[in-house]
Every structure is written in C-alpha cells, then in structure tokens.
Design a protein around this ligand. Structure first.
Ligand SMILES: [Zn+2]
Length: 394
C-alpha cells in the first residue's frame, strides 16, 4: 500500500511539474508572439524612398554596396564621419559612369562592369579599351590603359583641360580614366544586348581605341569602325563634346560593326539609320540619338521624313517600336539584316526586309504577321517611306 501511495504521489508530482512546465511554455509563447511580429519594424529602419531605391539597386546588383554620404547620395561618406574602410567597400568590378550621357543622365551612377578578364585592365571577353594619342598629346600616354589591381573603376568625370584630367597618379589622373571606364561600359553593354536578345556574338573581340585629343576639324564623325573589330573614338571634335562619355555614340559604332557583318556594302540611310535607332532602343530614350550636342537633341520620336534621311528611317523604326515594343521590334530588325538584298539598298528595302522578317517568324497568313505588316507599313508611310507594291499580301 505504501509503495502504491508513494508511486501515486510521484506520478501526481510529475504530472504537476509537467503541467507547470507546459503552462510556463504557453505563457512564453503567448508573450513572445506579439514581440516577434513587432521585431522586424525597427525605429531606425530607413523609410525614405531614396534609401530604399539605393538598397534595391544594391540588391539587384545594379550598384555597388557602398556606404553613402547622406548629404551627397551616390558618393561615399567622408572619412571624418565613417570608418576609413568605406573606401574599400565597393564591390569588385564597380565603376562610376553616366548611364547615357552627361545631358540625359547628368549624375554619374554606380554600375558593375561585366565580363572583365581580371587583369586589372579594362579588358574583357568581348571588349578591350586602349588609349591612343593624337598629334597633341597633352599628357596622354599612347597605348596606356586604366589599371586597377582591385578591379574597381571609380573616377571623377573631370573635364578635359581641367586639373586632374591627366595625371601621373590615380589621384590626379581622374578624367581620362573615367572616359576609358565609360567606353568599356558602353561597349560591353551593347555586346551583351546582342547576345541576350539575338543570341549573336561578334566573331572577334572589339577594341575601342580612344584618341585624345582628335582635332581634325574636317572630319564630321564621332567614330569609325573597321573590319578588324576596331572602333575609333575621338575625345574631342570641334566643340565641347566628349564622345567617350556618350554611351549611344559608342553603341552607334558597335552597331555599324555588327551590321557590316551582314551587309558588306550598306547604303548610308540604312547603315546610319540602324546605328541611330538601336542605341536609343537599348537605353530606352529617343533623345540625342546621335551626336551629343546640347543645341541639337536629334530626338527620333519625331516626324523626320524622307527616303534618303537616316533619321527618318530611325524615326520610322521608333514609331514601330512604340506599337510592337522593344523586344519584338529589335528582334525583327536584327533578323531583317540577314535577308536584305546584297548590295546597295535603301530605306524601302529596309522596310520590306523588316516585314519579311515578321513573315518568316510568324507566317504569312498569321494574324500576328498581318498586324505587324500593317503597323510597319503605316509607320514608315508616316515618315515618307512607301512601297505598297513591294509587300506580299497574305
Ligand atoms: Zn554612323
């Protein structure tokens, strides 16, 4: 009996202890639940749109994760306020560039350069940037290259002629290193666009050769290309224009290079028309489609008209793009290059080949092709490019 009583007592005490423990656990859970819900909301959490935008860009890899100065967003905080390590907080391959040009995007932004070969130079799988000098070197060292052992390319956009445009140290050699960085960024961005959207890779590495300065005032060009994959960009043409800071200008020359792979003897209206249109499409801005010039915006969202006018051809393409969207329009353009007649063809052949690209992709009798054909013919007609008889009916 005694044993039974003792056993009963032990069981009862154990049950009491267990119940007591459960009760305590239940209280903790009940007490913690609202705390856990509240905890993520920090009083010091950033709430301004500016901060969250920056954070989003870091998360997406668009900019480098660096501590920013509150008074100067986009710039590192000063050493007086923050630990010195902030200056090494940039991610590898970080760079600072104008996303389009100094007029449309006047505040340099942080980007992450892609496809670099880790040599420290602005040299990658698809693009190489080399500095040449014209007849007046002005401190330029022929064949020189930007070199960064950390693969971080953050320089200030000092203007040519200002102190620290050229210099013998990183601290004093800011402006022209900024120019070279921009050239790599622009060239690699468009090469990536061709790979991502058209599955097209230029057969050899493109070398962007920067001439500083170029002062042949008789030549009216921002750059030239050759069959060996070179793009030549002068830093300065008559006037205060630095073409190395014009993303569209470098993309313009790159587009020529690719187009010449398909059409060996292109007409000026098509050659220039595509090279004017495509960079604007890539950066999604129709303004300053060619020749960065504050006095001449050359917006291809415009009524430019005429069979022999490259801007009219580019404007017709932009008109098509507004209705078919960037992806479809650019893809049809790229496909049209492969089916253009060999030899010298003009704006009409450009339009017809665009419609033929739609035919080949969607089928002559498909509803999509019929809609595309109508949109394309109407858009080109608005810009004075007409040839109804040239286009096969469904
Ligand atoms: Zn051109």
């Amino acid at each position: 009996m005694n044993k039974k009583i003792i056993l009963t007592l032990i069981i009862s005490i154990s049950l009491l202890i267990m119940l007591s423990g459960c009760s305590k656990l239940g209280e903790e859970q009940a007490g913690q639940a609202p705390y856990k819900l509240k905890k993520p909301v920090s009083k010091t959490a950033p709430t301004s749109a500016k901060q969250s935008t920056t954070k989003d860009k870091v998360a997406s890899g668009e900019i480098a994760p660096a501590t920013e100065s509150e008074s100067n967003p986009g710039m590192p905080a000063k050493a007086a306020n923050k630990p010195a390590t902030i200056y090494t907080a940039y991610a590898r391959y970080s760079a600072k560039v104008y996303k389009i040009d100094p007029i449309l995007t006047p505040t340099p932004e942080f980007v992450v350069l892609k496809n670099l070969d880790d040599s420290g130079y602005l040299r990658g799988k698809y693009i190489d940037v080399v500095n040449y000098c014209g007849s007046e070197p002005d401190g330029c060292i022929a064949g020189s290259r930007v070199y960064s052992s950390s693969n971080i390319y953050i320089y200030e956009p000092i203007e040519y002629g200002e102190p620290n445009y050229f210099g013998s140290t990183d601290a004093t050699d800011q402006g022209h290193q900024f120019d070279e960085t921009m050239s790599y960024y622009a060239g690699d961005t468009i090469s990536q666009y061709f790979r991502d959207n058209f599955n097209y890779e230029y057969p050899i590495k493109i070398t962007i050769k920067l001439y500083e300065p170029f002062r042949d005032e008789d030549l009216d060009w921002i750059g030239v290309t050759d069959v060996s994959g070179n793009i030549f960009i002068p830093r300065q043409h008559p006037g205060p224009v630095n073409y190395m800071r014009d993303v569209k200008g470098i993309m313009h020359e790159y587009t020529h290079n690719v187009y010449h792979q398909f059409v060996s003897t292109p007409s000026t209206v098509l050659d220039e028309g595509y090279a004017i249109y495509l960079p604007s499409s890539i950066v999604d801005d129709s303004r300053y489609s060619l020749y960065l010039n504050p006095r001449d915006p050359k917006n291809i969202d415009n009524s430019y008209s005429g069979n022999d006018n490259p801007f009219a051809f580019a404007a017709a393409l932009w008109d098509v793009r507004r209705q078919l969207g960037r992806s479809t329009t650019d893809e049809l353009i790229f496909e049209s290059w492969d089916i253009q007649p060999i030899g010298h063809s003009g704006a009409v052949e450009g339009m017809v080949s665009l419609i033929e690209a739609s035919n080949q992709k969607y089928g002559l009798h498909s509803a999509t092709h019929r809609i595309n054909r109508q949109i394309i013919t109407d858009a080109f007609e608005r810009h004075g490019i007409v040839c109804r008889d040239c286009i096969p009916a469904s």
